[in-house]
Design a protein around this ligand. Structure first.
Ligand code: ADP
Ligand code: FBP
Ligand code: MG
Length: 324
């Protein structure tokens, strides 16, 4: 076990609101406890290009409220190779960086795990709007993304209600349906399609719309998760089957932007401070999680091997609420 003297920090994969709040917390708590901090730009791609800057407390002033990531982010194929990882570890050592904090998703943590094997003390902080990291109940960015999607769906509902139409709205989430499920509960919808539940299929949706219409409902909303996709095609098929004018909207990257909510900022700040604590204790290959109402950390390999699925009870309630 050795204590880290110089910590590097990078953001990787899709940006998420709250990443800047995490960067600020890492820099401030590291500096307060005497560590040096170096920022690595553009994730692993920037690491391989030696894009490394010194960071001090003043540089992170007022960034907690900013969306995106001031360090930029990237996806990097070269880093998935052994040669890329060895080159990355050597560049870190050449810069005197003996600890590294990676803010990103599961893919980014696989990279962090490789650097840990190569002698760099690495800690992962979960930052992704998708909530798709199995070992944690919370990922930085999810709350802001859901609130953004919720507001957008409220607006679509205004026009959908006025025209007495059906709206199919696609939300992000890669292969996970968390954003879709939360929006169904927050906004109300006749139904959702999520990758975790292919049993809730197109015919179910058509039946649900027709049932609700027979009870007097004059507008309809279906929330479709990105992992199911084909939103335009689905709109055409629902219109053909129900005779109700139907419009498709793919919300897209609007869900990744904007000023982070208080929840995202506070979770990010706590996780950032926790990461520095772990490095002080000489820990490596750990991922910080929020589980059962507590901040905890797991071995990255064990954390990524855990299983998580959508909350059955929440799913059941969301279905019951969608019926007129
Ligand atoms: N198995 C792996 N080994 C090493 N690095 C990886 C691995 N998987 C992903 N990465 C690195 O992490 C980056 C981000 O991963 P990605 O899955 O795109 O996003 P996220 O971290 O948000 O899930 C990839 O571009 C790659 O550089
Ligand atoms: O911005 P890109 O590269 O098109 O990626 C889109 C993907 O990124 C996300 O917005 C976030 O995913 P990650 O956090 O895993 O990078 C997904 O919801 C979506 O599938
Ligand atoms: Mg991911």
């Amino acid at each position: 076990m050795r204590e880290v003297e110089t910590v590097g920090i990078l953001t990787s994969g899709g940006d998420a609101p709250g990443m800047n709040a995490a960067i600020r917390a890492v820099v401030r708590t590291a500096r307060a406890s005497g560590m040096k901090v170096k920022g690595i730009k553009r994730g692993y791609a920037g690491l391989l290009n030696n894009e490394i800057i010194d960071m001090d407390s003043r540089m992170v002033s007022e960034i907690a409220r900013l969306g995106g990531t001031i360090l930029f982010t990237a996806r990097c194929k070269e880093f998935e190779t052994r040669e890329g990882q060895q080159k990355g570890a050597q560049i870190l050592k050449d810069n005197g960086i003996d600890g590294l904090i990676v803010i990103g998703g599961d893919g980014s943590f696989r990279g962090a795990q490789k650097l840990s094997e190569l002698g760099i003390n690495t800690i992962g902080i979960p930052g992704t709007i998708d909530l798709d990291i199995n070992c944690t109940d919370y990922t930085i960015g999810f709350d802001t993304a859901v609130n953004t999607a919720m507001s957008a769906i409220d607006k679509i509902k205004d026009t959908s209600t006025s025209h007495e139409r059906c709206s199919i709205i696609e939300v992000m989430g890669r292969n996970a349906g968390y954003i879709a499920l939360w929006c169904q509960m927050a906004n109300g919808a006749d139904g959702i399609l999520i990758p975790e539940r292919d049993a809730f299929n197109e015919q179910d949706l058509i039946d649900a719309i027709m049932h609700n219409r027979s009870k007097g409902k004059t507008h309809h909303v279906i929330i479709n998760a990105e992992g199911v996709g084909h939103t335009n095609r689905l709109a055409r098929r629902i219109e053909a089957a129900t005779g109700i004018e139907t419009r498709a909207t793919v919300l897209g990257h609007i869900q990744r932007g904007g000023s982070p909510t208080a929840r995202d900022r506070v979770m990010a700040a706590t996780m950032g401070g926790y990461a520095i604590d772990l490095l002080h204790r000489g820990e490596t290959n750990r991922v910080i999680c929020y589980k059962d109402g507590k901040y905890v950390d797991f071995d990255i390999d064990e954390g990524l091997a855990m299983e998580k699925t959508i909350d059955e009870y929440q799913f059941l309630i969301s279905r019951l609420m969608s019926v007129y």
